[in-house]
Design a protein around this ligand. Structure first.
Ligand SMILES: [Zn+2]
Length: 261
């Protein structure tokens, strides 16, 4: 694969610090065990996530928390430095995401779903999908200093769950398969707990450890559908020109439970 190893390079890219932990980390940990190289990327540093600190102060804290979480898995971490509630589809943004993809050089990308409860998630999904195509186009320049070279081919693309698995109207969003993450759930929860500033903030707001509780409950909800303790659900992008083979199912074997159609 891209780095000369025999296993695929995986890029998990979502909007905010903690989104990857909430929706994808259990599966990433399984893929890491299979020898895959993992990169976790967030579009923002989570700058408005505090009532007391300045945007710069909280962004610095949250970037560090995201790195600590990624280190627990042995994953690389990068932040694309967009602002919270300010991720938009435009030329500059598409070039920035393209540069990140060229640097990560993934064979597999897992990102936010096209429909979710907030714009940052939906726009991330759109930018990543567009940029994966742009990344392979030789004449498409990112205008970055020391720009990475174009990618060789379009990676496999997957979407994680939207929050609570529903669309704007409360209808369940379909999934293609659920991964049994029972083996890696403890690590997933520890990674989420590393986002201590968010956890503390939500604990003050709700009076309970809402952060970890909601992740546990959602993972149990997905796991129950396949008769396992914990699960994460995914949908594959199969539009032109993305590969159709299910490389995650091939890598994960019996841990991947494909939905019956
Ligand atoms: Zn988010």
């Amino acid at each position: 694969m891209a780095d000369g190893s025999s296993q695929p390079r995986i890029l998990a890219i979502h909007a905010h610090p903690d989104d990857v932990e909430f929706q994808i980390a259990g599966t990433l940990a399984l893929l890491k065990e299979k020898g895959c190289h993992i990169t976790i990327a967030t579009m923002t540093a989570g700058d408005p996530g505090s009532a007391e600190l300045s945007q710069t102060e909280i962004a610095n804290i949250r970037r560090k928390e995201a790195k600590v979480a990624a280190d627990m898995m042995g994953a690389d971490y990068m932040c694309l430095e967009f602002g919270d509630l300010a991720i938009v589809v435009d030329d500059v943004s598409r070039r920035r995401v393209t540069e990140a993809i060229r640097r990560a050089r993934p064979n597999v990308v897992i990102t936010a779903p096209p429909v979710d409860y907030m714009a940052d998630h939906e726009v991330t999904s759109r930018l990543v999908r567009d940029a994966l195509f742009s990344a392979s186009v030789p004449f498409y320049k990112t205008h970055e200093w020391d720009a990475a070279k174009p990618t060789e081919k379009i990676p496999h693309l997957y979407y994680c769950d939207p929050i609570e698995g529903v669309d704007w109207f409360g209808n369940a969003v379909p999934y293609d398969f659920i991964v049994d993450i029972s083996k890696t759930f403890d690590l997933k929860l520890k990674m989420l707990a590393a986002h201590d500033s968010q956890r503390a903030w939500l604990r003050r707001q709700h009076g309970v450890d809402e952060y970890l509780n909601s992740c546990t409950t959602w993972s149990q909800t997905r796991g129950k559908l396949i008769g396992k303790t914990y699960g994460e659900a995914f949908r594959q992008h199969k539009g032109h020109p993305y590969p159709h083979s299910n490389i995650l199912a091939d890598l994960l074997g019996p841990l991947c439970h494909v939905a019956k159609s």
